[in-house]
Design a binder for this molecule. Structure first.
Ligand SMILES: [Fe+2]
Length: 225
């Protein structure tokens, strides 16, 4: 099966990822060692994001995409050439899921929610402990099946094969943002950290994402050789 056939079938792929020192940066941030001028700010209850942005925190957050040849990786899986518009570093400390089963992009009672057509995300969950820790469930193939009423749609998760995504220093997750996925709660008093890259088409970026930071993020990504 070709890479793009496999990716279309499942809607996600775990792929080999050279963490290129980004794991160490994330370890520092998760233990509260944060560069001057940056800070963690609450986003949802029990989650904080690195602010004012990730792009300026370290060149490694972009370099790691070059090192892993992410542009050609994405092209080979999607047959598209999306651009990067957002990088997030998020720490959670919640014994209940802050994001149970959901799609980032979907329809509900005739209205669209999230970016349409859906984009793509790469999420890297660094492994700091000896054992792998569970972070996310994904419902394989769910991006190909959608009921345009969310209350019915979310019931699909129980009928589809679920795959567990765990912490890893040499793998990352790539997925279509219309895939059903669910964040796994944290152990009590054991926060978890993830690095998230969001990709959308260049047209969508210009139409919907006029923020200076998003344009600058996209430009920096496009400049990667
Ligand atoms: Fe999500």
């Amino acid at each position: 099966m070709k890479y793009y056939e496999n990716f279309y079938k499942n809607g996600f792929e775990l792929f080999d990822f050279n963490s290129y020192g980004v794991d160490q940066i994330l370890r520092d941030i998760s233990t509260g060692i944060i560069k001057d001028g940056f800070f963690l700010q609450q986003k949802y209850s029990s989650t904080v994001d690195l602010r004012p942005n990730v792009l300026d925190y370290s060149e490694k957050f972009l370099e790691v995409l070059r090192v892993n040849r992410i542009k050609s990786f994405i092209r080979s899986r999607t047959l598209k050439d999306p651009t990067l518009h957002h990088i997030q570093v998020r720490v959670t400390d919640s014994t209940t899921s802050y994001m149970d089963w959901h799609r980032d992009s979907y329809y509900d009672n005739g209205k669209s929610v999230g970016m349409i057509p859906p984009g793509y995300k790469i999420i890297y969950y660094p492994k700091f402990k000896e054992k792998h820790e569970p972070r996310l469930h994904v419902a394989a193939g769910s991006h190909r099946i959608m009921i345009d009423q969310q209350s019915e749609d979310l019931k699909l998760a129980s009928r589809l094969p679920k795959v567990l995504i765990e912490t890893s220093n040499d793998q990352a997750l790539f997925f279509d943002t219309s895939l059903l996925h669910a964040v796994i709660p944290d152990e009590p008093n054991v926060p978890s950290i993830r690095l998230i890259y969001s990709f959308i088409s260049k047209e969508q970026l210009l139409d919907y994402s006029a923020e200076e930071l998003h344009l600058r993020t996209s430009k920096a990504y496009e400049d990667i050789q």
